[in-house]
Every structure is written in C-alpha cells, then in structure tokens.
Write a protein that binds this ligand. Sequence first.
Ligand code: F6R
Length: 643
Amino acid sequence: MCGIVALIGSREAAPQLLEGLRQLEYRGYDSAGIATVDGAGMHCLRAEGKLVNLTQRFEAQGAPGQCGIGHTRWATHGKPEERNAHPHLDGSGTVAVVQNGIIENHRLLREELQASGVVFRSDTDTEVIPHLLGRELERLQAGVLSPDGRRPGGALLLRAVQAVLPRLQGAYALAVVWAEAPGALVVARKAAPLLIGLGEGEFLCASDTPALAGFTRTILPMEDGEVALLTPLGIELYDQGGERVERSPSLLSGTEHVADKRSFRHFMLKEIHEQPETAALWVARHLPDAPAGTAAGPLVALPLDGAVLEGVERIDVLACGTSRHAAQVGAYLLEQLAGLPTRVFYASEFRYSPPPLGPHTLTIGVTQSGETADTLAALAMEQERRQLVADPAYAPRLLGITNRPESSLGRMVDQVLDIGAGIEVGVAATKTFLGQLLAFYGLALALAERRLGLQAGGGTITRERLLALTAGLRAVPQQLRELIAEHDRQAEALAHRFESTQDVIFLGRGINFPIALEGALKLKEISYIHAEGYPAGEMKHGPIALLDAKVPVVSIAVPGAVFDKVLSNAQEAKARDAQLIGVAPACGDTELFDVLLAVPEVDELLSPLLTVIPMQLLSYHIAAHRGLDVDQPRNLAKSVTVE
Ligand code: F6R
C-alpha cells in the first residue's frame, strides 16, 4: 500500500517525482505529496485525493530543487485528509520523510516525543520518523564540521537514519531529505519493497517498477534492512549492521506495456482484452511444440528445478483475494488431476492459526504483486517453523506464483512460476488471475504426469487424459479472443439493467465455485454492489431467503459432473422470481435462463478459463455504466503491503 518515489540528479526533480507517482497511483490514491530541497530550503506540497490535485498545486506553486521525495497514500493511520498526507516534516520543517508500511510502535514513540515537547500535526504513524530524525540530526550536528567549515550533510543524514531505524518496529520503505543537505537523499527498507533505478548522473527510487520503467532499465532492488545514501555522484549501500555492501544492478524486464490505456476507456478493460495474449504466451512457453499425441517428452515445460516437486505428497497454498480464488481452482486441479491433497488458506488467517505440520509438503504462495504482506508473512512463518524441525521430510519447500518474479516473494521462495502477464494497472485483477489459473494448470499437469497410473480424485491418471487437456489448453487463446469480443458487447448492453440493483448472488459448483466467488468479488470491488458467491447446492441452506425479483442470480452451469444439479439449483432461484443470468453453453438445457452469457462447451476442468470472462466483463460494464472510477475503486489499492 502507498507508493514512494525519490529522485536525485541534476535536473528539476518535481516533474519526474509526479510522473513516478502517476505510475504508482494504483498503490493508493487517498492523497499525494512531494518535498524537494534546494539551497533555499524545503518545498513541500501535499493534496488530499487523487494525484491530479497535487499536480494542480505544483503547477500553481512549483517545488524547485534537484532532489526530492514523493508519496501516494492508501490510508492506514489517520483519515485520508491533507494533514495526514506525506511527506511529513520535523518541527523545524527541515527534515521530510515519505514512508510505505506501518510503524507498529508509533504510539510509544509518539508519547516519548510528545513528552519532550514535540508537537504532532498528523494522526499518522509515519510522523514519528521526521521528529526522531530531527532530534538525532541536532545531536549529531553539534560540533561536526568538515575541514572547509561546512557540515558534511549527506553523511550526517545517513548516520541519523542509521541511528533511528533500530527504533522502528514494523515494515517500512522510506525516503528522507534534509534541507541542510540538498545534494543527498537517504532511503531504507525493511519488509516493504524499494528499488533504486540508475540513470545517467541521477537516481530514482521507487516502491515498484512501473515508476522506473520510463526512467531506466538498470535497477538495484534493495534487500531487507538495507540503507542507501544517494548523491548525484553515486550510491553508498549499507546492510543492517552498517557494513558497506557492493552489489551489481540488474536489468528490468517485462515493463513494456506500462501505463498505456491504448484506445480503451479503462486499464481494466484493456487488461481483460489482453487475456488471449496472456494465454497465447503461456501456451508458447509451456506447452512444447510437438503435436499432441505423438510426443514422448514432458507434456508441460515448467521452468522449475524438479527437486521442488520431487516426492511431494501434499500441497498447502497461501493467498489473498483474487489470488486465493485462483488457488482454489488450482487445488481442484491438483486433487482431481494429480491426486495430491491440497489445502488453500487465507494467508491472513494461516499465520495466526497454522495447521499441524505435515511431511513432504509443498507450500505455494500465490500473489500477483509479490508484495502482499499477509501472504509474505504467512510464507515466512511456514518457512521458519519448518526449519526448526530436524526431520528432513518436514523441510520447507516454497514455490511462488507471481507476476513479479523480482518482488519480495521472488526473493523469499525457492522457486518461482512467473505468470508473465505484463504490468496490470487496474486495481481489480483480471489478466493476472488468468495467468495464475494457467500456472496451476501447468503445475497440476506436470505433477499428474509424474504420477501416471496413480489414483486422483477424478480417477486413474492416464497420459491420454493429460494429452486431451493439453490439446484443450492450446485452443484457449482463440476461444478467449472470440468470447471477449462477444461478451464485451453483450455485457455493455446488459449493464443498464443493474442501475438500481443492490444485491447479486453468484452460484457455481465444483471447479466453477471459485469463479462464482471471483465474479462476486469483482462486482463488489468496482461497482460497490453487494454480491455473494455461493456453491450452488448451498443456496437452499440459507441464502435463498434473500431472493426476490430485485436480486439477480448469476449461475455458472457447464456440462460435467454437476451440470444437472446446477441447473436444478437455478430453477430453485427462478421459482423465487430471481432474474437468472446463465454463464453456460447455448443448448436446450440452458433455455431456463432469462439472459444467457454463452460460453463454448469445453472439458469441465478447463471451463474456469472461459467462465471467468463474462464475470469480468459484466462487473466492468456495470461499474462503467454507473460512472465509477473502475481502475481506482474507493478504499482499495493494488498491492496490499500492510497486514
Ligand atoms: C481483487 C484483487 C485483490 C487481490 C489481493 C491479493 O481484484 O485484486 O483481492 O487479489 O489483494 O493481491 P496479490 O495477488 O497481489 O497478493
């Protein structure tokens, strides 16, 4: 949550800071601010609401200086008001700080500072940092003069930050400027992302790569506990113990599609339309070329060291939100196809009520951003507790599924499946969900192939069955292309019917139950309509009481193990006057639906890759028709870096 940027170089910093914030706005948009420093002192501008308000303020007032910091906020401590916007300053107004994360012991520190006379101007946890720094700088400054009589500003700022950081508990990425050292910038991180981009005679730090993509391709991701002093001349990087660290930068990849809506009205719509490409890329990368039925080699090419899968007997998956829905589809595949008992946990729950440890367990963390604090903390906890067990059968094996292999998740796990969907800007996940689903198809097929002849939930695992599924997967990109074109039109035409809708029920069963959950989540988050996803058979046990003519029911009914049952459940809803919207193939059986969002008939196990499309487009068009900010829905942020 929240995005930070910081720049130092030889040109005016503010325009680049604002551009960086524009690229990070998906991380939060409750308020934004920048602070620049030059020989004349500190120039701080802040504005409540979206970045456009800050940009207008900058255009009116300016913020000179070649060094500065910026922030876009998702409110945690303190309401989304200007006084809580970052940067925060110390009492003298010479130290400015932006922070992403949470300082857990801020109350204690605030009390201590207040007791010594410090006056706070915001309700944020962050404000303790500039005050602590201000005090430390005052202490360090006394008597410290360089040979030419000038104060060694940058070095002093670095020392102050290094002295203050051990006092901060929690997770943070921060950037600091000091009016007395306009040629220096100090940045630090602990359990929150921060990358340094290397330009020509200038450095740009940011919470995430989109802010760096238009600036440079050469980046230095900071490690946990590191602090860096940046001047136009170079970077000094230090570890937690204060030791100097030398590390080579790396090259940024996959950022070509950054922040360009092309001709689409919203990023979300563009990203929905990019899904055939996501699927085609996945097929090209992971399904080897040999014609189905003739290949003797592996069915799926996964860029994994086989050791991580060797001898796996059970799988635990940790994830949040949409990623968790992808994991639920994945669990279905892993059990039914590969015969591996698989449990999916809310990452935020797992950490505080971990189940008993089992042997030979693969733990998978699923997070498109790779930065979700709940998921990272749950994985770290699992890793730690497994490391304490002497029996090697219990050793941690961690696999990540992410769109950001360079993220904190990527650095934490043993191996990563990169879903390669390209940057997703819309806060509501769409193409990354499809990418996660595909990653699970690949994983389940690879594990099933290792277990040929064994029993899985869906019967004996045979090569023929797996070959049929891979053939089905090859057809998915084209099916998506046709489906998206058709449903875009149909959902747009349907959206007006939801003008006064307050509740929607989504029903699905088996492998499509998580798609019902995903449909409900998408609708809730971008249209603010209350929606619930239920297993279709569960409706009669309570939720059916909600139904009347004002409550639309979206029912996913695809031929397979539960087709007839789902149709009967839909009939039950129809008998209560509910408006029935079917996501189903066009056939005699599906004539009961008032509206049919037709999907092609495919193997039931592959159907979630298609049934999710009408869910995404329906939510999108309902929200767009209501005139809502689809890409930046209220109260949300793309990357949830607080627990
Ligand atoms: C929904 C959505 C959220 C995320 C959740 C986890 O559209 O985007 O529910 O899925 O916050 O995010 P990641 O996948 O980054 O861990």
